[in-house]
Write a protein that binds this ligand. Structure first.
Ligand SMILES: NC(=O)c1ccc[n+]([C@@H]2O[C@H](COP(=O)([O-])OP(=O)(O)OC[C@H]3O[C@@H](n4cnc5c(N)ncnc54)[C@H](O)[C@@H]3O)[C@@H](O)[C@H]2O)c1
Length: 450
């Protein structure tokens, strides 16, 4: 690794990473195993961490003639991926190697190079309720008289994992299946009502919320990669704020939504109108099977759906964006496995209301796009915790389809503004000057200085 030069400052206020970092993952499926296999393969020189900002990106520091580009990992003190220790839960007992083979994201030839490391990680029994993921059956699950008992069992797993691996720090990242759509109710409002609900087996408390609660109880930052509610309920947000724990979510922004948050800002910047945006996907992995149930799909639909309105500002531009049709479909199609294909048909309007169309056909690999996001979130959540940034980490909105906000403001969805938020937080942590203009190119900065 390149060591920071003397001109590259590290903030003195951040506790440097000491020892290894535990990574606790509820849901050891395609994303989790692609992440773990990838970290091990990269450590052995069998691949590059493409798509990861923490590993590859250089950002502009300073404006005008004195500006320079510094790798993020040289600007702020991040844990090395080789210092990550993985553990987690699943509702099926297969070890990480077996699951990675079944997920069929990486070839057997690649997986064979890290087979020993992957076979050493087998999931602990999960906390599961089929009412929340109707298309799956749990065969490797915890039992307990109450949801509070299950939460305590998770806390015991966490404590054992930390002790066995001699760890002082950990991060939890929900990579479990998408739970059915639900909204916050009375039981989710305060820690008291939530804990009462755990004791009384309140049906409104989803398994992902029990993991989030266990994580916060153990002072461990929690991030949610799926679209369902987990930590984003008032009781747990308030608890995280009071305990000083970093949290964030939700839903990794990987394929189609990532493209949407790139194209839509372009249309708006150019003042091109929008009549309709039809997005459809075929996907054949276990995630696709889960999303084949309407309850889980609704969580995904809601998380994907808010993006366009937020970027296009129909209130400000009713004549261009006040009445567009937005349709999202996901079809489960087993032959495709993890190789998702997304189509977008975008009906736009130009000069004199003349219609035009844009077609986007993204042949992506779901978990290949998600794994670097998962790695960055783990490393940045740990950084946030060490830097004393408590509660919801708005600066990490870049990574989520439906960023959770610390207050009643609408989240930012424009990928490039999100990127500026992220990099400015890093600049600030490194005690460098924030860029108030786009950091997309030196020319922009020069123009501003003049
Ligand atoms: N792959 C992507 O690009 C992407 C993008 C955005 C969001 N996501 C979300 O990330 C999550 C993981 O995606 P994936 O492709 O790895 O799915 P997956 O189906 O391969 O893995 C999910 C795993 O979670 C397990 N699980 C379900 N409920 C659980 C529980 N209560 N406790 C413990 N384990 C549980 C399942 O058995 C499965 O192994 C999904 O919610 C998905 O919607 C994925």
């Amino acid at each position: 690794m390149n060591k920071p030069t003397t001109s590259q400052k590290q903030s003195t206020g951040i506790v440097p990473p000491k020892g290894r970092l535990g990574v606790l993952i509820p849901g050891m499926g395609a994303v989790a195993t692609t992440l773990i296999a990838g970290v091990n393969l990269i450590a052995k020189g069998h691949g590059r961490p493409i798509g990861s900002l923490t590993q590859m990106q250089k950002i502009q520091i300073g404006n005008g003639g004195t500006s320079r580009y510094v790798a993020i990992k040289d600007l702020v003190h991040l844990t090395e991926p080789t210092d990550l220790v993985f553990g987690g839960w699943d509702i099926t007992p297969e070890n990480t190697y077996q699951t990675a083979c079944n997920a069929n994201v990486l070839s057997r030839e690649m997986l064979s190079k890290v087979r020993r490391e992957l076979e050493a990680i087998a999931p602990w029994r999960g906390v599961f309720d089929q009412a929340y993921v109707r298309n799956l059956k749990g065969t490797h699950v915890k039992t307990g008289a109450s949801k509070m008992d299950l939460a305590k069992a998770l806390m015991n797993d966490i404590k054992r994992f930390l002790a066995d691996n001699d760890l002082e720090r950990a991060v939890m990242l929900w990579c479990g299946s998408t739970e059915v759509y639900s909204e916050t109710g009375l039981v989710h409002q305060t820690l008291e009502s939530f804990e009462r609900g755990l004791n009384d087996n309140a049906p409104e408390i989803a398994p992902s919320m029990i993991y989030a609660y266990a994580s916060l109880m153990c002072d461990i930052p929690f991030s949610n990669g799926a679209p369902n509610l987990s930590v984003e309920i008032p009781a747990l947000v308030d608890f995280a704020n009071r305990k000083g724990i970093a949290i964030g979510g939700r839903d990794f922004k990987t394929g189609q939504t990532m493209m949407k948050t790139v194209v839509a800002p372009g249309l708006k910047t150019r003042m091109l109108g929008l009549e309709g945006w039809y997005s459809t996907n075929i996907i054949g992995n276990k995630d696709g099977e889960v999303l084949d149930d309407y309850g889980s799909f609704k969580s995904k639909e809601v998380s994907k759906g808010r993006v366009l309105d937020s970027i296009l500002q129909p209130d400000l531009y009713p004549e261009l964006y006040g009445d567009y049709h937005h349709k999202i479909r996901i079809d489960y199609y087993p032959p495709r496995g993890d190789a998702k294909e997304g189509w977008d048909n975008i009906d736009i309007q130009g000069w004199l209301d003349q219609p035009m169309q844009i077609k986007v056909n993204f042949l992506c690999r779901d978990s290949i796009l998600a794994a670097p996001i998962a790695l960055d979130l783990i490393l940045f959540m740990d950084l946030a915790q060490r830097a004393g940034l408590n509660g919801i980490q708005e600066w990490l909105s870049f990574y989520y389809k439906a960023p959770t906000m610390p207050d009643s403001r609408e989240p930012e969805h424009d990928l490039f503004i999100q990127h500026l938020m992220l990099t400015n937080m890093l600049r600030s942590l490194a005690e460098e000057e924030a860029l108030d203009q786009s950091d997309l190119g030196e020319n922009v900065a020069k123009l501003v200085v003049r």
